[in-house]
Ligand binder design. Structure first.
Ligand code: P6P
Length: 330
């Protein structure tokens, strides 16, 4: 007899799967593999300062950014767990140039492809600020058994089967959607499991937090400047607060729970913005919309963008519906 009402991630996923009698259970196994890797990465993140995994790994990733050791560790952990789980036929990673085909027989018979940013916000690792893992799940288009093609991995965000993130913050949480709303699970290390803590999250339609790197203000389009000026000089002086951690998962998660707008617009240096469509914008846009918010490039719905390359970037404005609508009015 269960002595408490706590619902574990595994139990929640089993309940969700039961709602789809023809479900194969493979997606549930993908979440099993994510959960395992998340606990390993959480352990490594929590002890980062103690075992010299801080500091540059000495290489530069495809984004031209200095790679921290934890980025590599996290990337390998998720790849290893998904490979051993046997339900993922290929992975694209922010840390890798091309498609990572998983050639084992078991995996080649799988229909799921994972897009992952194994450790986003890695520049915050050394200063102990919150960082996170972001992921998307897609179904391959080509027949199972053969090599996964570019057409299989470059799919619009509306094709996501699932999306989520793990935030390694004051607590470690897994937040995800499979298209049936957004639910969050907090890791209870004393039992080694993620437990449902925030069922059916809805982002408040209104909010007073705007989150953007104002250091880029001079490089923004005039309409973005005009919206930021509105937030800065809002009618009653304390109507808006600026909050920017520089770790998308942390800035996003705060807005999801409290309401707010997150922007990484195009700049003169980076006309397509900085955030990656496949690894950051699409999964966070899916979660945003499932929670009742809006996720746009400023010109159109992020989830409708047609990807042309694995590491492409796009401008991002996402969050509380009323705030995004106000921004779009500029
Ligand atoms: P900036 C982290 O490197 C990241 O990809 C996101 O997590 C974050 O929102 C953004 O870049 C921060 O970029 O240019 O403001 O430091």
């Amino acid at each position: 007899m269960r002595t408490n009402k706590v619902i574990s991630l595994s139990q929640f996923i089993a309940d969700q799967q039961n709602k789809f009698p023809d479900a194969s259970g493979d997606l549930s196994k993908i979440f099993r593999d994510f959960k395992f890797a998340a606990k390993i990465v959480n352990r490594d993140v929590r002890k980062a300062g103690l075992v010299d995994v801080l500091g540059a790994f000495g290489t530069v990733n495809v984004q031209g950014e200095e790679v921290k050791k934890l980025d590599i560790i996290a990337n390998e952990e998720f790849k290893s767990s998904l490979t051993l789980g046997g339900d993922c036929c290929a992975i694209i990673s922010e840390e890798e140039e091309d498609i990572h085909q998983i050639e084992t027989t078991l995996n080649q018979d799988s229909k799921y492809i994972i897009a992952i940013d194994p450790l986003d916000g890695s520049s915050n690792i050394d200063v102990n600020a919150s960082i996170g893992t972001i992921f998307s799940v897609y179904q391959r288009k080509s027949p199972v058994g053969g090599p996964v093609t570019m057409e299989d991995v470059l799919q619009k965000g509306i094709n996501q089967v699932a999306a989520g993130y793990i935030i390694y913050g004051s607590s470690t949480m897994l937040v995800f959607t499979t298209g049936q709303g957004v639910n969050a699970f907090t890791l209870d290390s004393s039992i080694g499991d993620f437990c449902l803590s925030h069922p059916n999250i809805k982002i408040p339609s209104k909010g007073n937090i705007y989150s953007v790197n104002e250091g880029n203000y001079d490089q923004f389009d005039q309409n973005i400047k005009d919206y930021i000026d509105f937030c800065r000089n809002s009618i009653d002086k304390k109507a808006y607060s600026a909050r920017y951690i520089g770790s998308m998962v942390a800035d996003f998660h705060r807005n999801l729970l409290k309401g707010g707008i997150f922007m990484y617009p195009s700049t003169t240096d980076s006309p397509n913005g900085k955030l990656r469509l496949m690894f950051e914008s699409n999964p966070m846009a899916f979660i945003t919309e499932q929670a009742g918010g809006i996720a746009t490039t400023g010109k159109g719905r992020i989830l409708e963008l047609e990807p042309t390359e694995i590491h492409q970037r796009n401008p991002v404005i996402m969050g509380s519906s009323d705030m995004v609508k106000k921004a779009l009015s500029y």
